[in-house]
Design a protein around this ligand. Structure first.
Ligand code: AHM
Ligand code: MG
Length: 336
């Protein structure tokens, strides 16, 4: 029988997004496609560097010098730099917000475009040295009509994002994306250097069997969270949930999208507004989760409805399977 010939009709991320744009007809300019191309390039760069981090001494603290006497950049600093450079050079952005930078970057006229990108260049960086999955998270707004690109263009509810996604750097690099028409997952084919559609139309199961919280913080948790966790650990059915917590939001959310269940990082007596950042962690993940048929709440409020007051603010997060997230919300209602 011999070997199968290779497929000559591969669906790359760019082709897939372009196809979406074709279906929009005249409204589409191709700008978003070009912006996403820039994001793909940064993900390929970061994936490559995460992989060779051990070899070329990217692990560890920034400020160290290598044998040639060159300054070594920490992976998260490097990831931030490549994203800023590449997004600016795309000519499609007006405002950039990065977890790594205290202030928003306002793009100069020469390169200015119509989109704003909020991102965490390398989330879960405490996991880098152990070789555990990490990722890049991003959200995209279109600037408001008539705006020249100011911070007000990103201080808007997550429901106004036009696209969001993440790339997870694991055994392979997986880019998961929504442009508001469902969620698709792409896997980097390293030999082609392209993200190939491998997980079309991801849908979260309506109920899962896994919960994902940092329960080490239990002594600080508020009563609704404690009661909820007890309800899944000591259920009347006698079938408790399994615990899975990687401590990398991208990896924990990725598993939740594929297998179902619930991921939570609540506010508590110590972290008064939770830990995760609203703009470039909670919003993109909430957008993806809803587009996959799940829910994302602070416990009492839909995450995508929050209006940010500042670019680095935090918010409590519960997201995942619809029924599981509704269960948490019930406990919040009961104790209100
Ligand atoms: P970081 O942006 O400093 O990497 O922190 C965000 C990470 C998330 O990836 C993860 O969900 C969370 O912090 C884990 O926090 P903790 O170690 O408190 O459980
Ligand atoms: Mg982060």
């Amino acid at each position: 029988s011999g070997e199968e010939p290779p497929s000559t009709d591969i669906i790359t991320l760019t082709r897939h997004v372009l196809n979406d744009q074709f279906s929009l007809g005249a409204a589409a300019t191709g700008d978003l496609t070009l912006l996403l191309t820039a994001i793909q390039t940064t993900s390929k760069f970061i994936a490559t560097n995460v992989r060779k981090a051990r070899l070329i001494n990217l692990v560890g603290l920034a400020g160290e010098t290598n044998v040639q006497g060159e300054e070594q950049k920490k992976l998260d600093v490097l990831s931030n730099d490549i994203m800023i450079n590449s997004l600016r050079a795309s000519g499609k952005t007006a405002v950039l917000v990065s977890e790594e930078l205290e202030k928003a970057v306002i793009i100069e006229d020469r390169y200015k475009g119509n989109y704003c990108v909020v991102f965490d260049p390398l989330d879960g960086s405490s996991n880098i040295d152990a070789g555990v999955n990490i990722g890049t998270i991003f959200g995209i707004y279109r600037i408001r009509p008539g705006s020249q690109g100011t911070i007000e263009d990103v201080l808007r509810p997550g429901s106004e994002m036009v696209a969001a996604g993440y790339t997870m750097y694991g055994s392979s690099a997986n880019l998961v994306l929504t442009t508001g028409h469902g969620v698709n997952g792409y896997t980097l084919d390293a030999s082609l250097g392209e993200f190939i559609l491998t997980h079309p139309d991801i849908k979260i199961p309506p109920r899962g069997k896994i919960y994902s919280f940092n329960e080490g913080n239990s002594m600080f948790f508020h009563p609704p969270v404690v009661s909820y966790l007890n309800s899944i650990k000591y259920p009347a059915s006698g079938k408790p949930y399994s615990a899975r917590y990687i401590g990398s939001m991208v990896a924990d959310v990725h598993r939740t999208l594929l297998y179902g269940g619930i991921f939570g990082y609540p506010d508590d007596k110590k972290a008064k507004t939770g830990k995760l950042r609203l703009l470039y962690e909670a919003f993109p993940m909430a957008f993806l989760t809803e587009q996959a048929g799940g829910l994302a709440t602070t416990g009492t409020k839909r995450i995508l409805d929050i209006v940010p007051k500042s670019i680095h603010e935090r918010c409590p997060v519960f997201l995942g399977s619809r029924d599981d997230v509704q269960d948490v919300m019930k406990f919040y209602k009961e104790t209100a």
